[in-house]
Design a protein around this ligand. Sequence first.
Ligand code: SF4
Ligand code: SF4
Length: 109
Amino acid sequence: MSYWRMPLDATEQEISIGKVTILAYRCKGCKYCIEFCPKKVLEESPDFNEKGYYPPRVKEEGKCVNCNFCETICPDFAIYVTVEESRKMMPGDVIKDADTGRRRNRREK
Ligand code: SF4
Ligand code: SF4
């Protein structure tokens, strides 16, 4: 069973969806961005760059929450995120998982 609760100030809250840009030629394949992305948006690309490293790629579009952590942690300025879409919070955005009790975003399915 799943159910949701809305914050009292929901109509003032916005959810932003990030668009990830990867500058593959700058990447040195350290995988920090892949490892530490809280939404597990990234994975290692099967193609290597001109330096011989495997840069990240986006695993699933629409899951990035624009937290900018990958951008902050990348030592080579090889990844950045911009807001692709922004919308008001709606009922059903936050779901409580009955099995784990953990709240998750609807896009995490
Ligand atoms: S953190 Fe930067 S350099 Fe490291 S794998 Fe990610 S994009 Fe490449
Ligand atoms: S901005 Fe945040 S959620 Fe999006 S890819 Fe980077 S670390 Fe992951």
